[in-house]
Design a protein around this ligand. Structure first.
Ligand code: PEP
Ligand code: MG
Length: 536
């Protein structure tokens, strides 16, 4: 028996046979042809890659289709194309030029300071890797699973999940990847155990077909386990199945604080499909839909596509409250047609609501789509990200009021069904929350950014992880100030940062008076269970 330890990326247990997929780009010597011929090869490879993606789209589900769609859009991205062409003009072969552009492009995305967008790098690596494979004459090894297997790979890419037969995927073990990489986010929503950051030795072809016991909670991987280990894993798997069934009974349970207040568990969702799932799993509301996700589906979302998306979100919530956040696009994000200048410190730059001054039209169109969606489909909560000044908020609301009045005058809407809120995710916003409370009906505390800005610790930098603590007294103090100011003004307060999914944080926030906790939906029942142990 050999035991490896990696990082937990998706909880769960599995016992099965190993299927190794190793597609590392080998970097073998490539002959470089004349520039115009390399350019022609690159263009042909893009056409072939698009054909492959379209073929994959025939079988994928909605989430995978969205990812493949994003990848199709990326293949047409002008800035990426320019980077490749510049590299070719500099004397590099087409495949190498794509690899270089991939690194540059992904490095830019990694620097944008927004978990969501920076995590798109694995989608981009995936699609550009496909182009490189075509240029190198490698056919992509598909996950042709014919029996239940535990996949051991250099990295699981989003398009792999489109070609995988899910009934046979018992678990994932990867050398690369991270907790936040897209494939692991999907693995968590699919409930498939996954361990990442594994020693590359595990890719040894001799491991193919060997039995493995995988513990997605602890990150432990036992290859060729002894009979006792296998029996223990089977026992734990059975216990877990029973526990899951009894936990589902908590779905409908209400949580009451000792003071009698109700504590609600809401969900953070990406799209209408997610919302349906969350509501069916007991979410009492949807506390965060990041509207910038629309930029990943198309280069710049049109008014029509936004209207359709917001309406589908409202309908999917089946009458429960839905909260859409206006675009939180960051400086230096190569997003759609919006060109943002490179900034030395993008997390502190033109981000979120600060972009309303530069991209007025974009925000007006969004406000219009939100008003019409609410009028046609139902009440909507809308909140503004990255507010630091009272003026950020009042300027936006003034613009929105103008948009609303025009819509009312033209008869495009009959009523205003939007409730406005603001994200408290800068220390400044928390400290002036008494003033902000005069303009809105709810606050949503974004602990991801609030922690980053309060402790001056980059949220995606592992080197500063020890400083990044959403339970630090300074963060709790800001939350307390926010709750007190909100209560004094009759404004509701929720937390929609990732930390709400951590039971210890959830309890601390509830103690401070937060009554709505919005989290990734797979955390809802476990957090609820722990809160119910504390409260009724
Ligand atoms: C937050 O900052 O806590 C938040 C929810 O917003 P995002 O993670 O999108 O910055
Ligand atoms: Mg934020």
């Amino acid at each position: 028996m050999i035991k490896y330890i990696g990082n937990s990326a998706s909880g769960g247990l599995a016992v099965g046979k190993i299927k190794i997929i190793n597609r590392r780009i080998t970097g073998f010597k490539r002959v470089v042809l004349a520039t115009h011929r390399e350019k022609a090869l690159y263009e042909a490879a893009i056409i072939l890659a698009k054909d492959e993606l379209r073929e994959l789209m025939q079988t994928g589900d909605r989430t995978q289709q969205d990812i493949l769609n994003f990848q199709l859009v990326m293949l047409d991205d002008n800035s990426l194309k320019e980077m490749v062409e510049t590299n070719i003009a500099g004397g590099n072969g087409a495949a190498r030029s794509v690899e270089m552009a991939m690194e540059e492009f992904c490095a830019r995305l990694k620097n944008i300071g927004d978990g969501y967008l920076s995590e798109r790098t694995s989608d981009i690596r995936d699609v550009l890797g496909r182009v490189v494979d075509i240029l190198d004459g490698h056919s992509r090894e598909r996950f042709n699973l014919t029996e239940p297997s535990i996949i051991v790979a250099d990295e699981i890419l989003p398009s792999d999940l489109a070609s995988i037969d899910r009934q046979y995927a018992l678990g994932f073990v990867t050398v690369g990847g991270s907790y936040q990489s897209h494939a692991n986010i999907i693995a968590r929503t699919m409930g498939i155990p996954s361990v990442c950051g594994m020693d590359s030795e595990i890719l040894n072809p001799l491991n193919n077909g060997r039995t493995v016991c995988l513990d997605g909670y602890s990150g432990e991987v036992h290859i060729s386990p002894n009979d006792g280990t296998v029996a223990l894993f089977h026992h734990r798997i059975k216990q877990e199945q029973r526990a899951k069934l009894s936990l589902m009974a908590l779905k409908e349970k209400e949580i009451y604080m000792p003071c009698g207040d109700k504590l609600e568990i809401w969900a953070n969702c990406n799209d209408p499909q997610d919302i349906t799932l969350a509501i069916n799993n007991g979410a009492q509301g949807i506390g965060l839909v990041r509207s910038e996700i629309l930029f990943m589906k198309s280069s710049q979302p049109t008014f029509e596509s936004q209207l359709e998306f917001y309406c589908r979100c409202i309908n999917a919530a089946q009458g429960k409250p839905v909260t859409i956040r206006t675009f939180d696009i960051g400086a230096d994000k190569p997003i759609g047609d919006i060109s943002l200048e490179k900034e030395p410190n993008p997390a502190l730059g033109l981000r979120g609501i600060r972009l309303q001054y530069r991209h007025r039209q974009l925000f007006e169109t969004q406000a219009k789509a939100l008003y019409i969606a609410a009028d046609r489909c139902g009440d909507l909560n809308v909140m503004l990200p990255m507010v630091a000044l009272e003026k950020d908020l009042t300027d936006y609301l003034e613009m929105a009021e103008k948009v609303k009045n025009e819509l009312l005058e033209k008869g495009d809407i009959y009523v205003d069904r939007i409730t406005w809120g603001v994200m408290i995710e800068t220390p400044a916003a928390a400290l002036i929350s008494d003033r902000l409370a005069q303009h809105v009906k709810f606050f949503s505390i974004g602990t991801n950014d609030l922690t980053q800005y309060t402790l001056a610790a980059d949220r995606i930098n592992v080197e500063t992880a020890a400083y990044y603590n959403p339970l630090h007294p300074s963060v709790l103090k800001l939350i307390e100030i926010t709750v007190n100011n909100a209560n004094a003004a009759g404004v509701k307060v929720s937390v929609c940062g990732e930390s709400a999914a951590d039971a210890a944080c959830a309890k601390a926030y509830a103690q401070l008076g937060v009554r709505y906790l919005s989290m990734a939906q797979n955390a809802m029942i476990p957090v609820k269970q722990q809160l119910l142990e504390e409260y009724v």
